[in-house]
Design a protein around this ligand. Structure first.
Ligand code: GLN
Length: 544
C-alpha cells in the first residue's frame, strides 16, 4: 500500500512549494523509493486549459493529453517520470463530478454536502492515483496557502486521510516563508506560527516545516519555530533561496529531509545515490560561456508562461557546456520596430506556443529575420505556424498568407482548422491534446536530431498545416521532416536553404530532462552556439 505525504503552504504563495515537492520526489527516488505526485488546485476551472497564461503561467500537457498546472512539469523533470491526468485535481473537477453523481441519482434521498461528499470525492482521487501508480509514496501538494477559502475542502480531506489509512502511513509537511525585516535585520517567524495555528485549527499538526527564506536562517529562528509550532528541532528544515532550482534537492538532502521522511514513514531504503544530481548542479554552477537565445513571445512579461521552454533551453545549453542567456523579446515590440537590437545579438531565435492574433506580426518579423540572416530558428506549435506564414508570404510574394486563426478570410489559409475542429464549438479540453506519433523523414534535420524513425510528442493545438499548400511550399524550399504515420498531417517542417530553421507542430519542451535534453533543443543550441554575433564572441585570454 502507498504511503502519503501531504504538502501545504503557509504565509505567502510563490515561494517554490512546487519545486520543494519535486525535490522531495528526487530525494526519495534517489533511495530507490518509487514516487508519484499529485497537485490539488483549489480554483473552480476544470483545468487550466481555458485560463490566460497571465493568470496561470504555462499550461503543462501530459502524455495522455491532460492540460495541467506547470508544477507537473517540475515533477516530471525532477523525478523523471511521465505523469497522467490523475496527477492534477482541481475543485472544478471535484464539484462537477459530485454534481454529476447527484443528477444521476447516485445519492438519492441524501443531502449533498462538502463533508462528506466533496471530501470523499477528493480522497477518491488520492486513492485512485495510489492504486494506478502502485508507488511506494504518493506526494500530494495542496495549491494555494492555508487559510484560503477555496482550499478548505482539500485540507479537510487530507486531515481525514490520517484516520482512513493510519497515522503511520501519512506525513504532513508545511512549507512556509520567513520574511526579513531590514530595520531590525532579522527573519520573522511569527507568520509561520500563525499559519501553523491555522492548520492546527482544522486538525492538522505538521510533522515537518520547511522554511523558505531569502536569507540564511539562524539556529535561534529554528529553535523558535520548533518550540512554538511543536515540531522536532531537526524537522524544522531551512531552505534559503539558491542559485538554481536544481540545487534544491541537494540542500534539502543536506538538511536531513530524506532521512527524516524515511524514518517517519518507516520506508524501506535500498541504496541512496544522488551522484548524478550533484554532478548536474556542479556543471550548472561552473562558469560557462553563454549562448544568446532570443525568445519571441507575447506573454514575456510573465516568464512562467514559458517555464518548460526555458528549462528545455537550459538543459540543451548545459549539454553543450554553455549557459543560457535568454533574451526576452516582446513580439508586440517587434511590430513597432522596437527590440530589434535583441535579435541582433541573438545566436538563435525561438518562437514558442500561444493563442490569438496579438503579437503575431512581430513573430512573423522574427521568423523573417531568422530566415534572411541565417540565424538558427526553432518554432514550437504557434512558432511553426508563424514560420509557415512567413515563408508562404515570401514564396508567394504576397502579404496575405495567414492562419485562419488570425485572418479567417485570407485567400491563402496556409494554416487552417483541423476538419474535426471545425464542428467543435466548446473550448475546454477540445484541442488535439497529448501524445501523437510522428514519422521522421530520413535526411531531414528533424530525423538526424532524433536518430530514430518514429517518435511520440505532446500536442496542444486546434490549427494545422493546410495540405493544399504542401507542394507549393515544398517547391519553394520547404521540407517536411516529420509527418503523421498516415502522411496526412505535417508534424515538422524546415527550410532547405538555411543552416537550421526547424519547427514542429508539437511541444517538445515538455519532454526535456535536465540530464537528457530534447533532441530538437539540443541540435538547435548546437548550431546556435557557433553563430558569432555582436557581443557573443568568446572572451580572449587577458594575458598571454
Ligand atoms: N493557436 C494555435 C492553435 O490553436 C497554436 C497553439 C499552440 O501554440 N499551442 O493551433
Amino acid at each position: 500500500m502507498s504511503k502519503y505525504i501531504f504538502v501545504t503552504g503557509g504565509v505567502v504563495s510563490s515561494v517554490g512549494k512546487g519545486i520543494t515537492v519535486a525535490s522531495l520526489g528526487t530525494i526519495l527516488k534517489s533511495r530507490q523509493i518509487t514516487v508519484s505526485v499529485q497537485k490539488l488546485d483549489p480554483y473552480l476551472n476544470v483545468d487550466p486549459g481555458t485560463m490566460s497564461p497571465y493568470q496561470h503561467g504555462e499550461v503543462f500537457v501530459t502524455q495522455d493529453g491532460a492540460e495541467t498546472d506547470l508544477d507537473l512539469g517540475n515533477y516530471e523533470r525532477f523525478i523523471d517520470v511521465n505523469l497522467t491526468a490523475e496527477s492534477n485535481v482541481t475543485s472544478g473537477q471535484i464539484y462537477s463530478s459530485v454534481i454529476g453523481k447527484e443528477r444521476r441519482g447516485d445519492f438519492l434521498g441524501g443531502t449533498i454536502q462538502v463533508v462528506p461528499h466533496v471530501t470523499s470525492e477528493i480522497k477518491e482521487r488520492f486513492k485512485r492515483l495510489a492504486q494506478k501508480s502502485q508507488a511506494d509514496v504518493v506526494i500530494i501538494e495542496v495549491g494555494g496557502t492555508v487559510g484560503d477559502i477555496e482550499g478548505q475542502p482539500f485540507l479537510e480531506a487530507i486531515r481525514q486521510m490520517r484516520n482512513d489509512v493510519g497515522r503511520e502511513n501519512v506525513l504532513y509537511i508545511h512549507v512556509t516563508f520567513l520574511p526579513y525585516l531590514t530595520s531590525t535585520q532579522e527573519l520573522k517567524t511569527k507568520p509561520t506560527q500563525h499559519s501553523v495555528n491555522e492548520l492546527r485549527r482544522i486538525g492538522i499538526q505538521p510533522d515537518i516545516i520547511i522554511c523558505r527564506s531569502d536569507y540564511p536562517i539562524s539556529e535561534g529562528a529554528r529553535d523558535k519555530i520548533s518550540l512554538f509550532c511543536d515540531v522536532q528541532r531537526q524537522a524544522v528544515i531551512p531552505l534559503p533561496t539558491v542559485d538554481t532550482i536544481y540545487e534544491v534537492p541537494l540542500v534539502l538532502e543536506e538538511e536531513g529531509l530524506g532521512q527524516l521522511v524515511v524514518e517517519k514513514l518507516g520506508l524501506k531504503v535500498r541504496k541512496k545515490d544522488l551522484g548524478q544530481w550533484w554532478e548536474l548542479v556542479r556543471r550548472i554552477k561552473e562558469p560557462l560561456e553563454p549562448v544568446n537565445i532570443a525568445l519571441v513571445g507575447k506573454y514575456v512579461e510573465l516568464q512562467d508562461a514559458y517555464f518548460s521552454v526555458r528549462e528545455a533551453l537550459c538543459h540543451a545549453a548545459l549539454y553543450h557546456n554553455r549557459c543560457l542567456n535568454l533574451l526576452w523579446v516582446h513580439s508586440e515590440d517587434l511590430e513597432r520596430d522596437e527590440s530589434y537590437s535583441l535579435l541582433g545579438s541573438a545566436q538563435g531565435i525561438i518562437v514558442p506556443g500561444g493563442f490569438g492574433i496579438r503579437g503575431i506580426e512581430g513573430m512573423v518579423k522574427a521568423a523573417s529575420y531568422a530566415r534572411n540572416n541565417e540565424i538558427p530558428y526553432l518554432g514550437l506549435c504557434l512558432g511553426m505556424h508563424v514560420m509557415v506564414i512567413e515563408f508562404a508570404r515570401y514564396a508567394l510574394g504576397s502579404h496575405e498568407p495567414n492562419s485562419t486563426e488570425f485572418y479567417p478570410d485570407t485567400p491563402y489559409p496556409v494554416i487552417d482548422l483541423l476538419p474535426e475542429q471545425k464542428v467543435t464549438k466548446s473550448k475546454g479540453g477540445t484541442m488535439r491534446l497529448g501524445d501523437y506519433p510522428c514519422q521522421l523523414v530520413p535526411g531531414s534535420h528533424a530525423a538526424s536530431a532524433y536518430g530514430e524513425g518514429l517518435v511520440y510528442e505532446r500536442h496542444r493545438h486546434r490549427y494545422e498545416f493546410n495540405n493544399q499548400f504542401r507542394t507549393l511550399l515544398q517547391e519553394a524550399g520547404m521540407l517536411y521532416g516529420g509527418l503523421s504515420p498516415d502522411g496526412k498531417l505535417v508534424e515538422t517542417c524546415e527550410l532547405k536553404n538555411h543552416p537550421w530553421m526547424v519547427s514542429c507542430q508539437f511541444h517538445p519542451e515538455f519532454n526535456s530532462r535536465p540530464s537528457c535534453p530534447h533532441p530538437l533543443f539540443r541540435d538547435f543550441i548546437y548550431v546556435a552556439k557557433d553563430v558569432l554575433r555582436e557581443g557573443a564572441q568568446p572572451s580572449l585570454p587577458l594575458s598571454a
